[in-house]
Design a protein around this ligand. Structure first.
Ligand code: FAS
Ligand code: PHB
Length: 392
């Protein structure tokens, strides 16, 4: 089997790259270790920046997003028992974000790929990448009792944090930077009406909480929990009680509870691997970086990597120049680190840090008070939250 670009991973990064390359007439094959149903079953991101919306439109899959997605012009910060609105639209000269679940983005991309009859290998076992330092890289895997091999010009490692691509790079060729946070997010999905029209990010002495949504009838909420907690030890009732304790009185009063559809605990880390290119292999999305979800950047960063990488491949095949692929890592990392900074800032601002409850909590209150009373500070938050403009 041969193709121009072998894409490892059928998450949003891999599927979006595959669609953009197809639109540009560049052959690609996606090799995914899980089933499509499993990929769709992972409940993850909920906020789509304008750049991600634009890319989904460019990929020809934005129609349902614009029909079913909910445009948000602001967010609320809750602290000291009060909510303070950050007017994203006014502070950024008209920009906003959209609430549209990653599951739906993935579904739209999967449907478009299937409709175009593009090759996707699901449930591929023991996927390996070979010879990416040469000019004839290869991908191999096992399926249906046979070993398969794919010859290609390039490999796009879109296989997430635990994928094989970054793991296949010799240790002396890659540098990683990491901060692991001493807490996790317990998330619940429920068919209950959102507690407010916009997202509520809450800093509370008991810990962080976030009230988000997937639609006008489906809510997504999170509470900060110790890393030692197990999701089995959290009943739905215990979750709702804890969330209520961390909200302002009005939100606590209006919170509608119900049975969970999904409940899980996600660890939080900041992580970046440098560079993002190794010969003929390129990393994109969570394969190269992880952000704590507090800034709603993970999915959007994957999209911006894919924007750079798809354009680099188009330049290579159409314009016969390697300038784009040679500059991919530098360009992508410049944006990655700004998103890492913002996600770290939001996480540091809103969470309870066990070893810093006294002074640290007072500093957080002062930072939040400054944020909601300073046009400069709230503008900075707003322009990062809606997504910084592309610099290159
Ligand atoms: P993904 O991890 O989505 O996809 C990688 C794909 O590669 C997977 O399908 C995997 O099965 C496959 N794969 C792995 N190893 C492979 C191998 N060896 N061979 C073949 N395939 C392989 N972001 C937000 O903005 N907001 C959030 O609230 C949020 N919550 C999250 C919660 C959790 C538990 C996690 C893990 C992430 C969360 N994120 C959130 C971040 C998340 O949305 C990612 O940024 C997004 O999924 C990135 O997409 P991909 O880079 O495609 O990686
Ligand atoms: C979500 O809806 O899952 C969500 C929204 C905003 C965040 C993180 C998660 O910052």
């Amino acid at each position: 089997m041969r193709t121009q670009v072998a894409i490892i991973g059928a998450g949003p990064a891999g599927l979006l790259l595959g669609q953009l390359l197809h639109k540009a007439g560049i052959d690609n094959v996606i090799v995914e270790q899980r089933s499509g149903e499993y990929v769709l079953g992972r409940i993850r991101a909920g906020i789509i920046e304008q750049i991600c919306q634009d890319l989904l439109d460019e990929a020809g899959v934005g129609e349902r997003m614009h029909r079913e997605g909910i445009v948000h012009h602001g967010i609320e910060l809750c602290f000291g028992g009060q909510r303070h609105r950050i007017d994203l639209r006014q502070l950024t000269g008209g920009k906003s974000v959209m609430v549209y679940g990653q599951t739906e983005v993935t579904r739209d991309l999967m449907d478009a790929r299937a409709a175009a009859g593009l090759p996707t290998v699901y449930e591929a076992a023991n996927v390996q990448v070979h010879d990416f330092d040469g000019t004839s890289p290869r991908v191999s895997w096992q399926k249906d009792g046979a070993t398969h091999e794919l010859q290609c010009d390039f490999i796009a490692g879109c296989d997430g944090f635990h994928g094989v691509c970054r793991a296949s790079v010799p240790a002396d060729r890659i540098q990683t930077f990491e901060r692991v946070y001493p807490f996790g997010w317990l998330g619940i999905l429920a068919d209950t009406p959102p507690v407010s029209d916009e997202l509520i990010y809450s800093n509370h002495e008991r810990g962080f909480a976030l009230c988000s949504m997937r639609s006008h009838t489906r809510s997504r909420h999170y509470v900060q929990v110790p890393l030692t907690d197990k999701v089995e030890s959290w009943s739905d009732e215990a979750f709702w009680d804890e969330l209520r304790r961390r909200l302002d009185p009005e939100a606590a009063e209006s919170l509608v509870t119900g049975p969970s559809i999904e409940k899980s605990i996600a660890p939080l880390r900041s992580f970046v691997a440098e560079p993002m290119r190794f010969g003929r292999m390129f990393l994109a999305g969570d394969a190269a970086h992880i952000v704590p979800p507090t800034g709603a950047k993970g999915l959007n960063l994957a999209a911006s990597d894919v924007r750079y990488l798809s354009r680099a491949f188009v330049e290579y095949y159409r314009d016969k120049t390697e300038a784009g692929i040679d500059d991919y890592s530098r360009k992508a990392l410049r944006r990655v680190w700004k998103a890492e900074r913002f996600s770290w800032f939001m996480t540091s601002l809103l969470h309870k840090f066990p070893d810093d409850a006294g002074f640290g909590f007072k500093i957080q209150q002062a930072e939040l008070d400054y944020l909601v009373s300073s046009a400069a500070a709230s503008t900075s938050l707003a322009e990062n939250y809606v997504g910084l403009p592309f610099e290159d």
